[in-house]
Write a protein of this length. Structure first.
Length: 410
């Protein structure tokens, strides 16, 4: 079926196409941007609305229900940073246009007893990790305390379908567990070097300036968090910028760690109408492990990195609906993160790039992230103009995943 979306304001992932108001979809693919609607096409009048690429969440822990929830908010791609949605485990997801697509690191390299074990209350049994199916064999955890162990795990992670390799660089300071077992510099260096030898992108979980510096010195490709233990300095910003690494600030997570809830977002009817009670309760809660943190310092660091030319990606660290993992909800928190980026000083267009073309480019997903002929028809149509008013991203009118319109979108 050929579909022509007409009279749209089009944000193509980079900029607003001032002279273009028509986008044509044929099957799963965008076939034309601009020009006239083909004869016989189904016409969708987007007057008063803005058409964008489907959004990314570049830091999640996800499962099938969460992929479905995210899609209702126009998030068409999840980048999993710890979980089981590796290549052999997601064939059913790739073919299901009622779910966001997903890529995964598999499980991050960490020492025994290291992060994220400290996040769960004593006696809590989380059950299978997000994404695990009932018949799925338990994963072999890549616990590493030496360079040799880290190096040995890289080909194993690749063989089991990891799309990129994650390293946990965390001594528990921010989570209220100082002294947590953590990767040392030599182990981190060896693992990152071995992953690079295999052509794999590497990302690091790093919540402090010291962990960030360790990761950059190891040659990491991207930071899955922004440090929150102290204000930025010119030195750390220049170090990150010179390395070429990207940063997924996850401001929504940092805010939650400081005890700032998502209650205001949950009160927005555009959000509450799409979340069930467990997710609303979770969004209204927070991690609250680092109340001494300063959200204004985090926002200033975001702006300094952006001004230094560092690629910023929208991510949330959303996982499961449990209040002690609160302040976050799949899909909704992507929009909250966009609002935080604008509050930090990015323009709405710059923030939107961080949720569309930039993550697609940095993770090598060249078939999406832009509105361009030949790419996947992963699209979000909203009322209003989020390129000037960022909160308009929540005004969902329609979502397409591979050219199929999500049921229930109007």
């Amino acid at each position: 079926m050929t579909i022509a979306i007409v009279n749209a304001r089009v944000f193509d992932g980079h900029e607003v196409l001032s002279a273009t108001t028509t986008v044509v979809i044929d099957g799963t693919t965008i076939t034309a941007v601009g020009g006239e609607a083909p004869s016989g096409a189904e016409i969708i009048d987007a007057a008063g609305g803005t058409l964008l690429p489907g959004l990314f969440d570049a830091h999640v822990h996800t499962n099938r229900p969460s992929l479905a929830l995210a899609l209702t908010f126009g998030v068409t791609t999840h980048l999993e940073m710890q979980g089981t949605n590796t290549r052999p485990n997601r064939r059913h997801i790739e073919e299901d246009d009622g779910l966001a697509d997903v890529r995964s690191s598999g499980f991050g390299i960490t020492p025994p007893g290291g992060h994220p074990s400290e996040l769960f209350p004593e006696g809590f049994r989380p059950g299978p990790p997000p994404g695990a199916g009932p018949a799925q064999a338990p994963p072999v955890m890549p616990f590493s305390t030496t360079p040799e162990e880290a190096v040995a795990f890289i080909p194993q992670l690749i063989a089991t379908g990891s799309d990129y390799i994650k390293f946990m660089v965390d001594d528990g300071t921010v989570e209220g567990h100082p002294g947590l077992p953590a990767l040392d510099q030599g182990t981190l260096n060896a693992g990152v070097t071995e992953a690079g030898r295999h052509g794999m992108l590497t990302v690091a979980h790093a919540l402090t300036v010291d962990a960030t510096r360790m990761s950059i010195e190891a040659g990491i490709g991207g930071l899955a968090h922004l440090f929150m233990d102290r204000p930025h300095t010119t030195e750390i910003v220049e170090l990150i910028a010179a390395s070429g690494a990207f940063v997924v600030p996850c401001v929504v997570l940092n805010a939650s760690m400081m005890g700032i809830t998502g209650a205001e977002l949950a009160a927005d009817p555009r959000v509450s109408a799409r979340l069930d009670q467990p997710w609303l309760d979770t969004l209204r809660s927070s991690f609250n492990h680092y109340p001494q943190g300063d959200i204004d310092d985090v926002l200033a660091s975001v702006k300094a990195l952006h001004d230094a030319g560092v690629d910023l990606l929208v991510g949330t660290d959303a996982s499961v609906p449990l209040p002690f993992l609160g302040g976050l909800a799949h899909g909704a928190s992507v929009h909250h993160e966009l609002q935080y980026l604008v509050r930090a000083g990015l323009t709405p267009v710059e923030a939107l790039r961080a949720a569309t073309s930039t993550p697609a480019r940095r993770f090598g997903l060249t078939d999406r992230g832009r509105v361009a002929a030949g790419l996947r028809a992963d699209l979000l149509l909203v009322d209003g103009d989020p390129t000037t008013t960022i909160s308009d991203t929540l005004n969902t009118r329609a979502v397409w995943r591979r050219g199929k319109r999500l049921a229930g979108s109007r």
